[in-house]
Design a protein around this ligand. Structure first.
Ligand SMILES: Nc1nc2c(ncn2[C@@H]2O[C@H](COP(=O)(O)OP(=O)(O)OP(=O)(O)O)[C@@H](O)[C@H]2O)c(=O)[nH]1
Ligand SMILES: [Mg+2]
Length: 323
């Protein structure tokens, strides 16, 4: 499938990453981001080392304080002696843009800490987009020995919901005066939030936001065996409320474990991952067909009334081994 030279590179890169070489980690994430042909090999080489990390998602509107809180969470988990990986994901842009630069600045505190990997990621190149690339990048960080992986995603819609749902625990950040509580419900975020953080609680209106979101949670229907989202206040910029956020994450994790949900979530995550990869492969093959001979030939038959479109589609699928 791949040349011996390349396969040697992947093995070498993975073992360097496992030994904590940040350049190897960065290179692997870049290969993932670019949708490199050696991705299957990377995934296969990493597989034995994955599935152990705690994955925490942070999402919310631009500027709500995700990176600032991430920076504080990194500090908290480092204080517990854990290795921490951070992925800052921007689904709104195929390029690494200004927001990500801001993230870099906000997370500078940990730039020189060998126990921390910080990577920003865009969707360039990867077949299934960010929702397919992100879990692979998480695997790289897991493989590199991160106990905790924090995934920051800008809140812009469906892609972000998909990325956030990759996490064991998903934090949705709100800030006063942004009309966020209402928007959160619109975007379907209420369903994915395990913990709401009302950040910028130093600003006017924090109490209203807090009450709004509590009200919405109270309205939501859930069984007695379902997790009730927690709401925590924070001033990330002053490192206030970070302990409460860490405690809420711990509580949620304990709840997941108690209710056999940790494994269930991971299996759901794996199912979505496999589906994404399969769809990506199919899409690529379909794309290839468009430039081949089979589709125009079948189309001519259909147009002439000699073949019905369902039968033609069936033959097309046979041709790419998808039936
Ligand atoms: N007043 C106040 N400002 C805060 C707080 N937390 C963060 N900020 C400020 O809000 C601005 C945006 O913070 P970021 O952490 O970059 O927000 P973000 O959600 O990561 O932003 P994007 O990645 O661009 O979506 C910065 O100027 C922070 O200093 C807070 O608790 N209170
Ligand atoms: Mg940010």
């Amino acid at each position: 499938m791949t040349s011996p030279r390349r396969s040697r590179d992947v093995t070498g890169l993975v073992s360097a990453a496992r030994e904590g070489d940040p350049r190897a980690v960065a290179r692997l994430v870049s290969l993932v981001e670019d949708g490199d042909p050696c991705l299957p090999e990377i995934a296969a080489t990493l597989a034995p080392y994955t599935g152990q990390s705690q994955v925490i998602g942070l999402t919310g509107s631009p500027g709500v304080g995700k990176s600032t809180l991430t920076n504080e969470l990194v500090r908290a988990y480092r204080g517990e002696g854990k290795r921490v990986g951070v992925l800052a994901v921007d689904p709104s842009s195929p390029f690494t843009g200004g927001a990500i630069l801001g993230d870099r600045v906000r997370m500078q505190d940990h730039a020189l800490d060998p126990g921390v990997y910080i990577r920003s990621m865009s969707s360039r190149g990867h077949l299934g987009g960010l929702s397919a690339a992100t879990p692979q990048a998480v695997r790289v960080l897991e493989g590199a020995g991160c106990d905790v992986v924090l995934v920051e995603t800008v809140g812009v819609g469906q892609a972000e919901v998909e990325v956030a749902s990759l996490a064991d625990t998903t934090l949705v950040l709100l800030a006063p005066g942004m009309g966020d509580a209402i928007q959160a419900v619109k975007a379907g975020i209420l369903e994915i939030a395990d913990i709401f953080v009302v950040n910028k609680a130093d600003r006017d209106g924090a109490d209203i936001t807090y009450r709004d979101i509590q009200g919405m949670i109270a309205l939501g229907e859930r069984g007695s065996d379902e997790w009730r989202p927690q709401v925590v206040r924070a001033v990330a910029a002053q490192a206030q409320g970070v302990d409460d956020v860490v405690a809420a994450i711990g509580k949620h994790r304990a709840w997941l474990a108690e209710h056999d949900q940790l494994q269930a979530r991971r299996e759901r995550r794996a199912a979505a991952e496999v589906e994404n990869i399969a769809l990506g492969t199919l899409r690529a093959r379909m794309g290839g067909l468009r430039h081949g001979e089979a589709l125009p030939a079948l189309a001519a038959e259909v147009a002439a009334g000699r073949l019905d479109p369902y039968a033609a589609a069936g033959r097309l699928l046979e041709g790419i081994g998808a039936e």
